[in-house]
Write a protein that binds this ligand. Sequence first.
Ligand code: PGA
Ligand code: ZN
Length: 429
Amino acid sequence: MMIKSIKAQEVLDSRGNPTVETEITLTSGAKGRAIVPSGASTGEREAAELRDGDKTRFFGKGVLKAVANVNSDIADALCGKKINDQRELDTIMINLDGTPNKSKLGANAILSVSLAYAKACANKKEEALFQHLAQQDKYVLPVPCMNVINGGVHADNNIDFQEFMIAPHNAPNFETAIRMGIETFHSLKKVLQAKGYNTAVGDEGGFAPNLKSNEEAIEVILEAITAAGYVPGKDISICLDPASSEMWKENKYHFFKSDGSYKSSEEMVAIWEDWINKYPIVLLEDGMAENDWKGWQILTEKLGDKVELVGDDIFCTNAKILQEGIDKKVANSILIKLNQIGTLSETIDTMKLAKDNGYNCFVSHRSGETEDTTIADFTVALGAGHLKTGSGCRSERISKFNQLLRIERILGDKAEFAGIKTFKNQYVC
Ligand code: PGA
Ligand code: ZN
């Protein structure tokens, strides 16, 4: 498939920050367009997002350099050449960049081309993206893990932990699961209102009230699940992403948004153990900080046979780092964010390595998102079984759920809903 043209432009993400959009046209006339997302609580070893640093535009956050890199260097290397497949395209860009973290051309530039190409190829074959990317014959619709309370760096409130998610798993299909999640989201609003709490939302669409403690976030969610007519643990369980790298200061965890206390790694593990014993938690992401490998080992040793322990900041969707984690017995699952590594092919390589070593893959949006719905198709294509892509409001989040509803309708009887078995070592108290 020959590429006729590649055109990038600067557009905006859900936080009103600039990001890269690229459109590719193949010589057949088929087109594909993709927009890249952007994180706030980023891992230190993520591929580099290229920003202009020109303070006269968007306070330095412009992406005109990344856009120019697509329109010049990348377009020159790819247009009019015979390219056999996605891997060949991605490899050309990786070599053209030549740095270990894509800092020359920018991972935002490279990923926009990688994804736009996949979509153009799907369109050429007149297939949906999930069919074009499919790695197996069986299609699994994911459990939507919905981030209904936001804290940490995603909200201006007093909650230290970043994400409190609900996982509606006891459902015959995705359509029912998402309805259960949305009903619980609406119930949560009423529960918060009844307690006199604020119901404004954070970056990912979850409520962002000031609460009496971090733990109260779980308590109000359990109340909302029950008020919506569901049974916590049986129908809907809880997933957490405290994003604890953001709390890691001088080898301790600093609860700077709530009571200002400091906790050691052992004390942090004790908190998770207590919560997992008390509450129906099936997944804990970044329970420990990216630079606390020792703490991660203790956590995995203590709780790895009870719940899914997902590494986000620590692994950065990077196969080399994941291998280190496998060797050191850290976590039992990996968060998958395409822009942490920067190409589709490398992301799939990381997921294969995870699978081969018994690790789960949990697909994720970024806190700065767009209307691009690639991760919905990607999750089904790769059979990841669960994803997190926001709460019950904000269209940059809901657009992924709507795409999953479309995919389920296209598949009809061929679609299977992942359910509780998707969570590794789920522990329902
Ligand atoms: P980010 O947050 O997109 O701001 O990095 C998501 C996460 O930590 O999982
Ligand atoms: Zn995370």
